[in-house]
Design a protein around this ligand. Structure first.
Ligand SMILES: [Mg+2]
Length: 195
């Protein structure tokens, strides 16, 4: 049975779009950017803000009821209902320690029927200081050593995983070069696991 490693933000959920359209845009009606124009992640330059401002706003959203109550991406949830039991699954996300418990609860609430462990590589914030076991998802995956397939929206993480012999599926987002639809990407995943 293959083991699939799922990124969480912008793979199981729609974090960037939900943050942008429900949190960032409403008090900034004159913002000329639309979600589908966010071709860089992080989008600091596009929005004319610095990294601190962006991450502060994103983390506030993650901690809000809107963030906690994000819906799973329907196509992904449907894939799990149809095929989830054919594989083992874990979640691997890069998120700050202060929001990791919310992400963990969210994953278990929506995907715990199939995803049996939540793992994260802390995304460092100002004044964070705690043990660093892995500085990247690649280092985590190298240490763990059991991943067959990684599902990601960040092509840098996917490229790094492929150097470890892990197959990758990219979920299309404005900031990556994936030309497939989400349905096509998930059909490709089904092919990789032999369905
Ligand atoms: Mg992601």
């Amino acid at each position: 049975m293959k083991t699939i490693v799922w990124d969480v933000d912008d793979v199981l959920n729609n974090l960037m779009q939900e943050w942008f359209e429900k949190w960032w845009l409403p008090p900034r009606k004159d913002c000329p950017i639309q979600y589908n124009q966010i071709e860089e992640n992080p989008p600091c330059k596009l929005l004319g803000i610095n990294s601190f401002e962006y991450l502060t706003s994103l983390d506030e959203f993650r901690l809000s009821d809107l963030g906690k109550n994000m819906a799973p991406i329907p196509e992904v949830l449907t894939w799990f209902h149809q095929h989830g039991e054919c594989c083992r699954h874990i979640a691997l996300t890069s998120t700050p320690l202060k929001t990791a418990h919310i992400s963990a609860a969210w994953v278990m609430r929506h995907f715990g029927f199939w995803i049996r462990s939540f793992n994260f590589v802390p995304s460092l914030r100002e004044n964070d200081c705690f043990p660093v076991y892995d500085a990247s998802k690649q280092e985590y995956l190298r240490w763990w050593g059991r991943a067959d397939i990684l599902v990601e929206d960040d092509s840098r993480n996917a490229d790094a995983a492929r150097t470890l012999g892990i197959k990758t599926i990219i979920i299309p987002r404005p900031w990556n070069s994936c030309q497939a639809t989400t349905a096509e990407a998930l059909a490709h995943l089904s092919g990789l696991v032999g369905l």
